[in-house]
Write a protein of this length. Structure first.
Length: 611
């Protein structure tokens, strides 16, 4: 989760680090800190609990002149949010400072070993062991910081992105990684490192995405790269073709609203070039038509919002390709013994491409012989690199912690995969594929129509804002959408919400309903419309306040709902794309009514790199 930034160059590091941390704050905001090497050689470390603004205010009283430093914004794993647990962490002698993203699984054993060797620990974090291991490496005769970092990393078990500075090597930053992203770049004023490209996008568009085990030594005038054995390497350079406009609010009051309004563009970009004549084209899958034809089982593994995208895809894959499809929470998948054969396709869905549970599940699946296909929003991410093929969702940078445009990009990408499997298995004709693709492309304009008028959404949100709990229901595709709607409401408004298939109401959830209790129903015209209406009648009979997401032109639904949010008529298969948008807006409106920060909800971070 946490954010890492580092700079060494010809200008003061302090403002560079603060700006980088601001851009990385979506990755964690429990605490923040910097370590800056001063011109006279002293290593100055300043940490503060809370957001980056707290650190910035403190640093304004110092105005450090050093041109080399590292910074960190934290999402707590080991040790509660506090100044003592904030990064950077330092060695006993105060000569070495470390920032770290990820989790060190063997830190308890290392901590005891280092204590026995005389080291004193000042925090409850797993990260601090790295600083002391570096100190030990120098004692063991390591000639420089990069060699010491390689030795220290060799003792670590777990996931990590690490950046370190040391007062005995002024102007140098050493970095390495395993299962946690680190990017390195060189600009006109120096060398940069970060856990996300966004932190350095103003300085350079050409970056190196460090591979597992590689070590980089940043100097003011360039970067040297080494493999784990210390041999020089020349890693490939990745050119970034998007700009900072993707990380600016663009006139919107918050990133979440901006990203909701970017969804039509995401749909169009994700579909661009995917229909070749009458055939779906996903060359990145790296599977021949014959291999695809042999696929007889699909697992979709994901977490959170991505899991809900998988639930939607299950309906499409089984309906269009007639292949059994199971959707698994990634954290559970790896701890059981799923049936996997060489004809199994495992689809790993992760917005960040670095979700720890999803990565672990990918590795287990590959060991068991499955083909693994990744769907992610981040080029060069671990999920992308460890999969046999990948679809990028073309959402660009998503800043708000609660996923919106990335979710829709995942749904569209998974819909393409379902069409491809139907094509390869001969269960969809060329004519059907063309028609379905055309209707899928039309959803971009339909989402624009929904976003053009949110008055009904706001009215319904105001009516529900003072509730203490809410129930989301639907059937078929509506059931899958309900899970995502409830999650969004919980994430950003802190209003408790449950989601159930509407047919399960009478098996327990209906006991929750009393006067004024909000029931949000996906009641679009489709195969199970009449069944959903029956459930609404049951709810209203017990005093519920019903909010219905319904199809334009459905006047009948007004008899069964207190508030109706209309969306354009679409094929039932594509209703998740259109119906999810008003639920995103609904959650945001309630959160604002309740005074919540919709971009940075409490206790959550954008990228979940720990189990």
């Amino acid at each position: 989760m946490c954010g890492i930034v580092g700079f060494t160059g010809s200008i003061a590091a302090q403002p560079v680090l603060i700006e980088g941390l601001r851009r990385l704050e979506y990755r964690g905001y429990d605490s923040a800190g910097v370590a800056i090497l001063q011109p006279e050689g002293a290593l100055e470390v300043v940490c503060r609990k809370g957001k980056v603004s707290e650190l910035e205010h403190t640093l304004s009283h110092f105005n450090f002149k050093g041109t080399c430093g590292i910074g960190h914004t934290r999402w707590a794993t080991h040790g509660r949010p506090s100044e003592a647990n904030a990064h950077p962490h330092v060695s006993c002698d105060g000569d070495i400072a470390v920032v770290h993203n990820g989790i060190i699984e063997n830190f308890a054993e290392l901590r005891e070993e280092l204590k026995a060797a005389g080291h004193t620990f000042r925090s409850d974090t797993d990260t601090e062991v790295i600083a002391h291991l570096l100190e030990e490496a120098f004692k063991a005769g390591c000639p420089d910081l990069t060699a010491a970092l390689s030795m220290a990393a060799g003792r670590l078990v777990g996931a990590y992105g690490i950046a370190v500075v040391c007062d005995r090597e002024p102007g140098t930053i050493a970095v390495t990684r395993k299962d946690s992203p680190i990017v390195v770049g060189v600009g006109a004023q120096g060398s940069y490192v970060a856990s996300d490209i966004i932190a350095m996008i103003d300085a350079t568009r050409d970056v190196v995405v460090l591979s597992d085990g590689q070590v980089a030594r940043l100097r003011p005038d360039g970067v040297d790269f080494f493999d784990a054995a210390g041999n020089p390497v020349n890693p490939p350079i990745t050119h970034i073709d998007w700009d900072m406009d993707t990380a600016e609010k663009g006139g919107y009051p918050d990133f979440m609203l901006k990203e909701i309004h970017e969804q039509p563009r995401v749909i169009r970009d994700t579909l661009a070039g995917r229909l070749d004549g009458g055939s779906i084209s996903i060359d990145e899958l790296d599977m021949s038509s014959e291999e695809l034809h042999l696929v007889d089982r699909v697992y979709i593994i994901a977490c959170g919002t991505s899991y809900h995208a998988g639930l939607i895809a299950k309906n499409l894959i089984e309906a269009w390709a007639r292949i059994p499809c199971e959707v698994e929470v990634a954290s559970e998948f790896r701890y059981r013994d799923p049936i996997i054969t060489p004809t199994t396709l495992v689809v790993a869905v992760s917005q960040s491409g670095e979700t720890a549970d999803t990565l672990a599940a990918i590795r287990d699946a590959r060991v068991k012989g499955a083909k693994v296909f990744g769907i992610t929003n981040v080029v060069g991410s671990p999920v992308a690199r460890e999969s046999d093929g990948v679809i990028y969702t073309k959402a660009n940078k998503e800043i708000a912690v609660a996923s919106t445009k990335s979710f829709l990009g995942q749904v569209v990408s998974l819909t393409l995969l379902a069409l491809l499997l139907g094509q390869s298995h001969g269960t969809l004709t060329t004519r059907q594929i063309k028609l379905l693709f055309s209707e899928l492309a039309d959803t971009a304009e339909q989402v624009e129509r929904i976003l053009a008028d949110d008055s009904a959404i706001q009215e319904a949100a105001r009516a529900c804002a003072d509730a203490t709990s809410a129930l989301f229901i639907g059937r078929g595709m509506g059931s899958a959408i309900s899970y995502e709607g409830a999650l969004k409401l919980k994430e950003i408004s802190y209003l408790h919400a449950e989601a159930y298939p509407a047919g399960e109401m009478k098996h327990g959830p209906i006991a929750l309903i009393d006067e004024g209790f909000p029931v949000i129903a996906i009641a679009t015209r489709g195969p199970v419309y009449d069944k959903v209406v029956s459930n609404l009648q049951e709810s209203r009979a017990r005093g519920a306040m019903v909010v219905a997401v319904a199809t334009e032109g459905d006047e009948e639904i007004k008899r069964h709902a207190d508030h109706v949010i209309y969306i354009p008529k679409v094929r039932d298969a594509f209703s998740p794309i259109t119906a999810s948008v008003p639920l995103q807006m609904f959650a945001r409106c309630i959160a604002l009514e309740r005074g919540c920060d919709v971009d940075q909800p409490r206790n959550l971070a954008k990228s979940v790199t720990v189990e």
